[in-house]
Design a protein around this ligand. Sequence first.
Ligand SMILES: [Zn+2]
Length: 832
Amino acid sequence: MLKNLLAILACMLFGFSYGQVKSPAEFLGYPVGTKVTPHWKVLAYYDHILKQVPGQVKMESYGESYEGRPLRVYYISSAKHIANLDQIRTNNLKLAHALEGDGDSNGPAIVWISNNIHGNETSSIEASMLTLYALVDPQNSKSKAWLENTLVILDPCLNPDGTERYNNWYNGVVGKNYNPQLYAREHREPWPAGRYNHYYFDMNRDWAWQTQQESVLRASIYNKWLPHIHVDFHEQGINSPYYFPPAAEPLHEVITPWQREFQTTIGKHNAKYFDSKGWLYFTKERFDLFYPSYGDTYPIYSGAIGMTFEKAGNGSAGLGVYTDDKDTLTLVDRAIQHHASGLNVIEIVSQHAPKVVAEFKKFGDDAASGKLSSFQTYIVKYDASREKTLRALLTLLDKNKIKYYAASGSVRGFDYFSKKDGNHTLQEKDLVIPGNQSKGALIRVLFEPEAKLTDSVTYDITAWSLPYVYGLPTLASKSKLADLRPYSLDSIQNTVGSNFGYAIKWDGFSSAQLLGALLKQQVTVKASDQSFKIGAEEFPKGSLLIMKNGNKQKEVDKLVKAEADRLQVRVYAIQSGIMEGGKDLGSSDVKTLKAPKVLMMAGEGLRATNVGEVWHYFDQQLQYPIVLVNPTDFSRVKWDEVDVFIMPNGNYAFLKDKAQSAEFASWIRKGGKVIALEGVVSQLAAQEWSAMKVAKQDSATKSKSNPLKKYGDRERGALENYTAGAIYKVTIDNSHPLMFGIKDYFTLKQDANLYQYMENNAGWNVGYIQENAKMSGFVGHQLGKKLKNGMVFGTQKLGQGTVVYLADNVLFRNFWESGKLVMANAVFFAVE
Ligand SMILES: [Zn+2]
């Protein structure tokens, strides 16, 4: 191994070549790590290898990033395996019970290596070229032997848009020689940083939710393979030398003894090599295995040994940087270490290949028999008024290859909303998700009401149970159900041609998507703030009415049909202007909705991921225009053209500028609408005109400090007042337009902030947390006592304008499905 790596290093540095197969240094014209290589050039090197050794390498394109850059994987193995790729793949899916039939356990072990999901963590994409070369180098007898029983799948770059954002910036600011001073500008990456994709999403939080195009495409090809080992390469701060498995607690309970054991085997093997080089590292710290949407956990819950590897580096490292202990951290070293880890993993997996495959099969067998489940069945109860949200859930299940059914009979189980056990007679459209299937472990993690934490110090949120995220009444049952039938909801094909017009129920996010699409196309749309009936159909508050007479848009029928069919939303023909149980169509309470002009600031000072959540929501989900403005351009905005100003989390300098904040308040008073998110609520609460006040703690719940606390307990002690993210029930006033179409709302509480109820008609308290409202997740016991009797969602009228306060993130990572309608209500309806 050592000799082998030295040989590779020599090639890398001096550019030796073997026949037609060029080393990366020879191909690039410089040793790997001495320059930051553009994405296209990395792919060009891969294609060079593909051309030279077609028998051992195969490429599959799996789509494009948002900015149109290619997404690809390369398969590398012995000629025998490369000739049989599809047979290996389908056989493997049989082992996982993802395909019918008996799989054969004699196939090769499958190692998948993912690089650069965070685009400014530069070393892994560079290292991957060295790894590719080591695997195909004709002189390398070791790798040849590994590939006899191992198939390697290399994804050179999961996030090419972020990678190129970083690379272009870095190559533009670095001089002929790099400057290692940390305060030099080449170590000060500008907003929003290359870590994120086009919409500023952290894609290493998005594996399960797949809100981003790159995530959807990757999960699709990943689930077509289900590899046995998944390596996810990253970089951490420049002063933390190297992290590799085994992972830190908490580990989710569903993780099997074998998955734990083999992480340790891999870690020890890597440690041996690092020790031989005198390289520093740590294991079992910081990087836990709990939240399901990472590049280690998602593969683990799908049967792999999923692992994170972190080298010192990231956007501040450049080609070389001084660390705190006066060492110089170089990209050359970073690449060499990730390259070494990659080869070490392949080597140890090859040594254990039969066992790796056998254990993968066992995971599949256990998942399929329900051994990995805590509850055996999840039943999402059908409610016609939540069908749109149910459709959104089905989309998520399909993306994750989770199978669902219909069934009959009765069942006993835990009711998520009441938190009590109860009986339920199954209805025709109730959705049944059996725990005993290929994705049984993932189902358990996504659905179980409460995941057991072995340690409360965790890297991320502690609750994400889908019935709360979607606001769908669900039972978790210990029973398996028999006689499962295929499940589907009717595909919606609307019939149009009414003389009068159409009504659309306001009861899910797709209602809002349809509204956005119609407004964008100049269709005149009205909304009723009273519920009404057409025949037997009930239309809740907020439902939309589209009259043909007097409509600005003359092609109403055609547009309504096209958009409603695309979004799978039912439209109902209106036969008469008299509405049963509601105001008639000519009533002044049936108001025409204005197509609001929406603006948001996006730039330095604001949290990029929160800006990205709003941007993606408008641009991709609503497909409704939003103007993004640099925060420094406050005074350039033509505010009289703006109707809605959205303020994602961050610091707004204009609020501290006397003249600008006065201009802002005067814009609201003249009829502007502000939607303040998360921490911005407290910034606005500090303005003299705001009716919001942070909730006071009563003396009984004030935490008393313990003077005799132990030093060694300080980390855990700090958790008493902490939550990383837990789910709370929000009591809602759904007669208020901000909550139209919502029946139950559960919020992700990520901080200690609650607000006092607004009194004396100062505003509306639309969503608040009462006693015993915690549904799921970890909250420190001192904080737990405080999180009650306070407001999270409210509105205030100011002059002719409105301020909407959303203290919790309703668009969290854009998977918090029920929050999307709250945001749409805030944008489109008069919410004073
Ligand atoms: Zn990373």
